[in-house]
Ligand binder design. Structure first.
Ligand code: 5CA
Ligand code: ZN
Length: 407
């Protein structure tokens, strides 16, 4: 699939370079240095299921990984970035059948809206934006590789992955079995299904159901289960031991646990990812913002109302990416004021010297993507007078390159 148009990333002022990037790895529950082995950082971020418009929760997650992309670039690395689109799955088909819309038309329209939102927010596009529908042979081949390891069994005509075939199962989330069982059904799993060897085993391939899309494959006519799409797509476009597997914290289990397990059963020599990084959940009106709950603040609607997308971006950056937080209109008001004062400050004929500011902002972002600290440093600079004529343009380039905000 095509991604969206990239915005330019200006060179850091004065040839500055950021320090090595550290991020929080859910698998070890520690901060780890994320320096690519060969100069190119490989990033896989789980993409949308396009059955409803992009809300601020999704956006916060993609902006978080955009900060990581930019922090790696600031540190002098190349970045190879892949994102999927779950353009065939139960929630999408259910929505389409509820509204009587063609499921492909629905997915196409919402993916387009997502692209427009991401471009408006200056999120750098992935190098490969990959849909599941266009990847059916790839996913089927991955299931066949799993079959050869003996980790697959049938239930009726569907195929399941046996979590016991992976000795490292559970390492991504670090969760106890009870905790896994408590959320599995709510997150796309089917613990109650008769015929499974373990309630936690997950669907790899679903045989054709009447009225649902299906594709021919060596596995029979059907469609992929959810998790295996990400193991297959990440493996194909990035190879093993990617630097970071990313997504929102609702994907820690089962999604990232399962996709890592599947990849590691096929290739037990390498970990699926060197770090698993998760963004916090954004809530609205007392609940997690979610398409299924319908309590959404849509980026596209804010744009229609004439809100500057840079104010939306600044509002999101005001919260550390790992925090769970609740969106309020006050967030947006504060962000508009912050953006206006930064713009005014960079337009002054002269400002406070900025070389130390550049160093500190890059250090904050390399330290587990601490955007709130970076913004506080910028606020302080904006409040301080000085006589350096170039300071405004230095800060504009810094904020653009490192935070993705055009002043
Ligand atoms: N297609 C799958 C991943 S393969 C999926 O989870 N799609 S999604 O549309 O439900 O979510 C897309 C991304 O947004 C995921 O990384 C998810 O973790 C994140 N996300 C969803 N809701 C929120 C929220 N309220 N706050 C923060 N991030 C969220
Ligand atoms: Zn995924």
């Amino acid at each position: 699939m095509r991604a969206w148009t990239a915005t330019d990333v200006p060179a850091l002022p004065g040839g500055a370079q950021g320090p090595a990037v550290r991020v929080h790895d859910s698998a070890t529950a520690t901060l780890v240095e994320s320096t690519p082995a060969d100069g190119t950082a490989r990033l896989y971020v789980c993409g949308i299921t396009p059955y409803d418009a992009t809300h601020l929760g999704h956006t916060a997650t993609y902006v978080a990984f955009d900060l990581l992309n930019r922090a790696w670039r600031s540190a002098g690395h190349q970045v190879r970035y892949v994102q999927n689109v779950t353009d065939v799955d139960d929630p999408l088909l259910e929505r389409a059948s509820a509204t009587g819309e063609d499921w492909q038309a629905l997915a196409g329209r919402e993916t387009d809206l997502f692209r427009t939102d991401m471009a408006a927010l200056r999120v750098l596009p992935p190098d490969h934006y990959v849909g599941v529908v266009e990847s059916i042979p790839l996913v089927a081949a991955m299931v066949e590789r799993l079959q050869r390891t003996g980790s697959v069994y049938p239930v009726d005509h569907d195929l399941y992955f046996s979590v016991h075939s992976d000795p490292t199962f559970g390492r991504v989330s670090g969760w106890a079995r009870e905790q896994m069982l408590a959320v599995f059904a709510d997150r796309g799993g089917d613990p109650e299904r008769a015929g499974k060897k373990d309630p936690l085993d997950c669907l790899l391939w679903q045989a054709e159901r009447p009225g649902e899309p299906a594709w021919d494959s060596a596995l029979g006519r059907g469609r992929p289960g959810w998790h295996v799409e990400c193991s297959a797509i990440a493996g194909e476009y990035l190879g093993p031991a990617i630097d970071v597997q990313g997504g929102g914290s609702d994907l820690v289990f089962p999604h990232h646990e399962m996709s890592a397990s599947e990849a590691q059963v096929v290739d037990s020599e390498h970990p699926f990812a060197r770090a698993y990084v998760h963004a916090g959940m954004v809530g609205y009106e007392g609940e997690k913002m979610s398409k299924s709950r319908g309590n959404l603040v849509l980026v596209s609607r804010l744009r229609e109302q004439g809100v500057d997308p840079m104010a939306v971006r600044v509002a999101l950056l005001g919260h550390h990416y790992r925090e769970d937080w609740e969106w309020t209109d006050a967030d947006l008001d504060r962000a508009k004021a912050r953006l206006a004062s930064l713009r005014t400050a960079t337009e002054r004929p002269a400002g406070a010297p900025a070389a130390e500011l550049v160093r500190q902002v890059l250090a904050a972002l390399a330290d587990d993507l601490d955007a709130p600290r970076a913004l506080a440093l910028l606020d302080e600079w904006a409040r301080t007078d000085g006589d350096e004529p170039a300071a405004g343009s230095v800060v504009r380039a810094l904020v653009d390159a490192a935070l993705g905000v055009a002043l």
